[in-house]
Design a protein around this ligand. Structure first.
Ligand code: PDD
Length: 307
């Protein structure tokens, strides 16, 4: 079987990822001064391309970045990079990351408006999550590090500085878990390091409201729509840690994980809440509804196929 090649595209120059170069004076490297998106393909079709672009524009707006290239050109460059990866012929789906940095400039925090931005696209093989993350569930732990407050570094900026989330996941690993759940300053649940989180509390499927401070996940939005079409409402509300601690099911969502069951949640004093292996009843329903939703989306967006 043909294997895909992991490829990068830096301002139109396509190379294997290991050979891609950006100058050390790029502000994305110096300051994390960049915005990005990640999606995956299914049968060569990007999932939620339009919605990702909208979120990308919102991130750019939030950091006062003038976006270049535009949507159509970025899609075309993603298509060229996809073709160079050989994913189409190999019949493999890919992970796509596109990023715009504020470009190269002097060492000066203030970004001169005339700096030409730089774009970077990465097309690579999909993340291979451990089988037991689905058959049993992923293990989460509450991190001591709190999620950035909205009025400090808005979590809706999907930007190149993920140190807040990196610290969360390091702590989770130190606690013997796979990933973290981060609280906000008020002790309310926000999200995991790079996925949104859901719980079943008192028989109700709940997820943190946006003012808790988390990224507006597109998998989350799609799942809300999918579940509501099947009379399975997802309540969006504040979730204090004490309530999460008496949840009976939990799962996380992201473009690369889809709907992934949670096996356990380690609390800060060391005790852990256990959830059903492979996901409880509502988790399994959510997984099935999301799968159907994606299948319908792909039927309706076949014209966006990259190969
Ligand atoms: N991460 N929260 C954070 C902080 C994220 O970085 C992500 C996505 C999500 C879920 O968003 P979505 O459902 O749109 O993927 C929530 C991607 C997958 C990443 O950075 O690799």
């Amino acid at each position: 079987m043909k294997k895909i090649r992991n490829m990068a595209n830096v301002d139109g120059v396509i190379t294997p990822v290991g050979e891609a170069r950006i100058p050390v004076m790029d502000r994305g490297f110096l300051y994390g001064d960049s915005v990005y998106e990640v999606f995956r393909t299914y049968g060569g079709i990007p999932l939620f391309f339009d919605e990702h672009w909208e979120r990308f524009e919102n991130s750019a707006r939030l950091i006062h970045l003038r976006l270049h290239p535009g949507k159509r050109e970025m899609m075309e460059e993603i298509r060229r990079t996809f073709r160079a990866s050989g994913a189409g012929e190999a019949g493999e789906d890919v992970y796509v990351r596109y990023c715009v940095t504020r470009g190269e400039g002097p060492v000066d925090l203030y970004p001169a408006p005339e700096l030409p931005t730089r774009y970077v696209i990465v097309v690579k093989e999909l993340a291979h999550w451990r089988d037991d993350f689905y058959s049993e569930g992923v293990r989460l732990a509450i991190s001591r590090t709190r999620r950035n407050p909205i009025n400090a570094l808005n979590p809706n900026i999907k930007g190149g500085n993920y140190l807040n989330n990196v610290l969360g996941v390091i702590e989770a690993r130190e606690l013997g878990a796979d990933d973290c759940v981060m609280l906000n300053d008020a002790g309310l649940v926000t999200e995991s390091s790079n996925s949104n989180v859901f719980f079943v509390i008192d028989g109700e499927l709940v997820t943190p409201s946006e003012n808790a401070g988390h990224l507006r996940g597109l998998t989350r939005v799609a799942l809300q729509e999918a579940c509501s079409a099947h009379d399975l409402p997802i309540v969006t509300r504040d979730i204090p840690l004490e309530e999460a601690a008496r949840a009976t099911e939990s799962f996380i969502t992201s473009a690369t994980r889809e709907v992934m069951p949670v096996r356990s949640l380690t609390l800060r004093h060391g005790s852990a809440v256990e959830f059903p292996e492979g996901g409880g009843n509502l988790t399994r329903q959510a997984m099935a509804h999301y799968k159907d939703f994606v299948e319908r989306y792909l039927r309706e967006h076949a014209d966006q196929r990259l190969n």
